[in-house]
Write a protein that binds this ligand. Sequence first.
Ligand code: BJW
Length: 234
Amino acid sequence: MNVLILTGAGISAESGIPTFRDADGLWEGHAVEEVATPQGFARNPDLVHEFYNQRRRALQQPNIQPNAAHVALADFERDHLAKDRGRFLLVTQNIDNLHQRAGSQNVLAMHGQLLQARCLYTETIFDWTDDLSVDTPHPEEPENDSMRGCLRPNVVWFGEMPIGLSRIEQAAQAADLFIAIGTSGLVYPAAGIVAQTPPSCRRIEVNLDNTPASSAFDETIRGKAGDEVPQLLD
Ligand code: BJW
């Protein structure tokens, strides 16, 4: 049985990371086009850096830990692969690294990672835990002033190409079980993955609420990921 999991911000809500579109979400007080597009970054890099600096600092607070849903997915994958039951891929839209910290192995972070920075010129990716600014020197060329401020968060903004799309498409087409957890089904191409799975695939949505994608699933489980995912995968 080939398993494909898709996760969104809702799976990390119980770990203390705000979602985007719920009340008190990350977009509140921010115009999406100002903080999550390449054009917004070009117009006002200070604002965008500050938005991500705050989130990077918050992510590294000791109280932010993987929750029961992250752990259940990591345990399920370990067992599935150890028993040679088929393939397993966890596609996450989250940039928070909590799946990796919970022990998941086959994780594809399709919208990038907050604890990475990328050089605008060379595309080199660096592990990054500190603040970024328009004055941050290039890690490999700290004396070269023309390279100052060349780093951006290694995340995927609107209008940019998400990571690993062909691998995701292949996994969707080969999936026998597809589970989407804690995602609003509003952002493409992630929201379209369910439509790429074959008719024989069992499709399950776990979410607090209905989403525009709900009708594409065979089963919808309403509740908190931290309660529902461990039960579902037990
Ligand atoms: C719980 C819970 C609990 C709460 N338990 N549940 C087709 C149609 C229409 C538009 C498009 C299309 N194709 C492309 C587009 C344009 C665009 C798009 O989708 N726009 C729509 C908004 C209309 N897409 C893109 O631009 C993408 N790029 C692309 O398609 O490129 C193609 C291309 C071709 C050729 C050249 C170049 C490009 C890129 C999208 C990038 C999205 N980036 C962001 C920011 C990432 C960095 C960051 O984190 O800051 O990704 S936006 C933001 O939304 C973030 C998220 O990953 C993403 C999805 O959000 P998510 O995870 O679903 O969170 P929420 O908050 O929306 O929902 C949370 C859910 O959890 C809710 O349902 C709650 O009920 C639930 N929940 N607590 C269970 N405890």
